[in-house]
Ligand binder design. Structure first.
Ligand code: SF4
Length: 371
């Protein structure tokens, strides 16, 4: 398939692996920010192929994983109410709240629906004027433009029964928090290509300058990741601190300006708690006053809900790169995808799920992984 198979070529991958291993004079500690990149690295055994040249630590870029527990409980509270149709992407339904998940709410008769676009939820609102329809707006800069459009669309249609439960977070403040931590081990970042497709690369230059850490924006297929690592290892070996774009077929410096204008119109930056990490200043979006009437937290009065994380789950350490998933005592025993203790074991982008799905089975070969 064009744009996929050509970036999964095992022969070309081997050439890049050899180049990286020849160039590396030591083990470089690299964080891939995005959970999609984590899955591709583990699925294709890229970390194992690179041996001692690179240690990957897996960043907090899985939106489902960093959605705070209290936000899941707020969603569960709203979804349990009569007269509500609660809409979400499918990956949120099995994420455990403090006592249950959205599947349990649906099993007990709640009207919880999986949709494939937030605009499906606005259509459901238009078709059901006697119901309150809520869309669970979770994610990074990648999913935010479509969620913002749903609110713009609802306003244009004059819908008075559509609400957005907003839990949007931003990548650069999370990278700042990691680099500012006294426990930080990151020497170079693979930037998340899809985030930069929307936002461009301008937010990353100041991080490179402030922290003296190179960043290479990378894609998601094996060759994209290996090319990103190759450029990053070159920079690290040469002692250069630069921002580079190794994903030019999707990322431009300016990004998607129309999407950015919509985001500026609909959202304002706010402090956000990250599941397993804690509060990060100015690390998320909430609805701007212009669209306050669509705010589900205000409509349903759930903004005050707070809960404690399970002490058994170490996803905070996993999300900060301080622990590998298989080092968690609960990994594969009391925590599995069927009975997850934390969101990182549920999400299709979660590091614990990636290790459970691929590393347990010992998949290390590119062609086998993609068969
Ligand atoms: S294996 Fe389970 S309990 Fe351990 S960090 Fe991952 S999600 Fe949490």
């Amino acid at each position: 398939m064009k744009y996929l198979d050509e970036f999964r070529d095992p022969v070309a991958a081997r050439v890049l692996v050899d180049q990286i291993k020849r160039r590396a004079t030591r083990t470089w500690t690299i964080m891939e920010v995005c959970g999609g990149q984590t899955h591709s690295i583990i699925r294709n055994g890229i970390d194992q192929l690179l041996g001692d040249a690179v240690e990957f630590i897996h960043g907090p870029g899985c939106p489902v994983c960093v959605t705070p527990l209290e936000m899941i409980d707020r969603a569960l509270e709203i979804a349990s109410r009569d007269n509500v149709i609660f809409c979400s992407f499918g990956d949120m339904l099995r994420v455990p709240g403090s006592k249950q998940d959205l599947f349990s709410v649906r099993a007990r008769g709640g009207d919880v629906r999986i949709v494939y676009s937030p605009l499906d939820a606005t259509q459901i609102a238009a078709d059901n004027p006697d119901k309150d329809v809520v869309f669970f707006g979770v994610g990074f800069e990648t999913t935010a433009p479509a969620n913002a459009m749903s609110v713009v669309h609802a306003k244009r249609l004059g819908l008075e029964n559509f609400y957005l439960l907003v839990s949007h977070v931003l990548v650069p403040p999370a990278m700042t928090a990691i680099l500012s931590s006294p426990t930080n081990r990151v020497q170079g970042f693979l930037g998340a290509g899809h985030v930069c497709t929307v936002m461009g690369t301008s937010e990353y230059g100041p991080l490179v300058e402030k922290f003296g850490v190179p960043i290479v924006v990378s894609g998601f297929e094996p060759l994209d990741l290996l090319e990103g690592v190759r450029q990053l290892v070159d920079l690290l070996e040469d002692g250069k601190v630069e921002l580079r774009n190794a994903y030019p077929r999707a990322v431009s410096d300016a990004g998607n300006v129309v999407a950015q204008q919509t985001l500026d119109d609909v959202f304002v930056v706010t402090d956000r708690p990250w599941r397993g990490i804690g509060m990060i200043p100015k690390s998320g979006w909430t609805l701007s006053p212009r669209y306050a009437e669509f705010d589900a937290e205000k409509k349903f009065g759930v903004g005050h809900m707070q809960v404690q994380e399970s002490a058994e789950c170490h996803s905070g350490e996993v999300l900060q790169g301080l622990m590998k998933p298989n080092e968690c005592p609960a990994f594969g025993t009391s925590c599995t995808p069927r009975s997850p203790l934390g969101a990182t074991m549920v999400s299709s982008e979660g590091a614990c799920a990636a290790y459970y799905q691929f590393r347990r089975l010992g998949v290390t070969d590119l062609s086998a992984a993609n068969a």
